[in-house]
Design a protein around this ligand. Structure first.
Ligand SMILES: [Zn+2]
Length: 184
């Protein structure tokens, strides 16, 4: 799984090769100072009535820079922030935001949907151990030829998900240790 990183490094593009760093970048989001007032504006300009629940959930979603969340993650955050809301409401609200083009939905596997506050076309790393999506910095992935769309349809976008997992360093080091013991 090191090849995409190596390719990036070879092209002289600065990139965090360590999943730990990737995770840190995501879990310490930049505050954008998006207050309730801004959220109401965002909702109104997307044609959504700024109900209390939409404003509260929008504040959690849009107040901390670009993020990728599942309905369950947002529900947990709402509970922590003492926002009284059901998981079903969180789920419905996320889909309303998606329909209003405030979010994009990403299906990483068959079981989980992630919602991305960055609605521009971009690619993702999926950290399998953390079950977390991280944006791939612009310009690091080159798309080759895209097949022509069948008649009557058009290509909307092409997005790549690069799946990452930690290398099994522990197994390797214990293997080395037992080898050293045998040699001694
Ligand atoms: Zn993203």
């Amino acid at each position: 799984m090191s090849s995409p990183f190596r390719a990036m490094a070879l092209r002289g593009v600065p990139v965090h090769t360590d999943p730990e760093t990737l995770v840190q970048n995501v879990t310490s989001p930049v505050k954008t100072g998006c207050g309730f007032h801004n959220v109401r504006e965002i909702l109104r300009s997307a044609g959504l009535r700024p109900t209390r629940q939409r404003v509260m959930l929008g504040w959690l979603l849009f107040g901390r820079g670009h993020r990728h969340v599942t309905a369950e993650m947002l529900y947990d955050e709402a509970c922590e922030a003492r926002i009284s809301v059901s998981l079903a409401t969180v789920y419905n609200t996320l889909h309303q935001f998606r329909e209003a083009s405030l979010l994009r939905q990403l299906a990483v596997d068959g079981t989980k949907s992630y919602f991305d506050t960055n609605v521009a076309e971009h690619h993702h790393f999926f950290l399998e151990d953390e079950q977390m999506l991280v944006d791939v910095p612009d310009g690091l992935i080159t798309i080759g030829e895209v097949p022509e769309a069948p008649e009557g349809s058009e290509v909307v976008c092409v997005e790549v998900i690069v799946r990452l997992r930690r290398k099994n360093t522990r197994a390797k080091s214990s293997q080395q240790a037992s080898q050293q013991l045998t040699e001694a």
